[in-house]
Design a protein around this ligand. Sequence first.
Ligand SMILES: *Cc1c(COP(=O)(O)O)cnc(C)c1O
Length: 400
Amino acid sequence: MFHGTNITVKKKNTMQFETLAIHDGQAPDSRTGSVTVPVFQTSTFERESLSERREFFYSRIGNPTRQALESTIALLENGRYGLAFASGVAATMAALQVLKPGDHVVSGNDIYGGSYRIFEQLLRPWGVTTTYSENATTDSYLACITPETRLIWIETPSNPLLQISDISALAELAKQRGIILAVDNTFASPYFQRPLDLGAEIVVHSTTKYLGGHSDVMGGAVVTNNTALHTVIKNYQAAAGAIPAPWECWLIMRGIKTLKIRMKEHESNALFLAKALENHPAVHNVYYPGLASHPQHELAKRQMSGFGGMITLALKGGGSAVEQLIDQVRLFVLADSLGGVESLIASPARMTLAALSEDERQRRGCTDNLVRLSVGLENALDLKKDLFDALDAITETQTQ
Ligand SMILES: *Cc1c(COP(=O)(O)O)cnc(C)c1O
């Protein structure tokens, strides 16, 4: 039988992140010695007898491969309980099951389009209302709190403007008021930011992005230290069933083993490009929390150990400059998603946030001239040349 590390008590991690990512929750298979966790491609498990059932009995409820992934993600977030889901939005939906009709949510305004859709199209008809903060300052979240507020939902760095919310400050004000602070930690990854350590109650991931890391698998995760919240979310996982298949879990675990070296490289490429792009005449603004010019650079330095691989540009030429850039780059692939080894380029207004009304997008500051870059692991000079060749051509047409 498989003996994965089933995390039930919070232990003090004495090992460093990359060691945990490779070893913890993923011990060699006790039966065969297999160094990687086997893919338990089974729907069901033989029972010992009618009255005895084993730890695993049906894969929707629990599967050893999924359990290994759940333990690993929990450890990386320094959390007690991890749960894996079929996608990031499934994980988001599961985390939000701690709410009941009549409850109120305060959300960041610059959030993933799919999370906004959950709040507006799925939760609102069920009687859970959401107010969006004006910006990422603690005061603007505070201003939205009502007596019914039960949860604060933040994404930091945010999408696509890479604004930073102060996790510790929000955790403190939430605790004082009996409110749950939930953080979507997809952009930073647990390598650069651990919200539970900063006082958050729930962490959510789209493991489709950096944790998987190779644009070849979909998944999501929820991590918490809170037993009561975990129980609600776990029951929902078992009852609603949006679980990842064993093979998906295995792929995400394989990605996680190299998370540290990938994140360091994503970041060094992104920082290099962000600095270079700041000086390009076709660029109006570069949003990257690692730049000294970023309005919340000091806060980012305080709560993150690195700034990640996402950059957003505002171009001078508006939507047509965005079209030109997207048309002319050759290495940056035009695609939704982020966090893979290959660099991607996207127009938030036309792609990831296209489902929002024009008004909504304006209110969020998601203008037509934005370009979002997921900086991959290619050579930084090659990436710079690709962007600069295209931007130079834009400048030329603009000055003609
Ligand atoms: C992609 C993404 C999600 C949703 O994840 P899926 O795996 O696509 O369902 C949620 N939050 C953020 C920040 C994301 O980038």
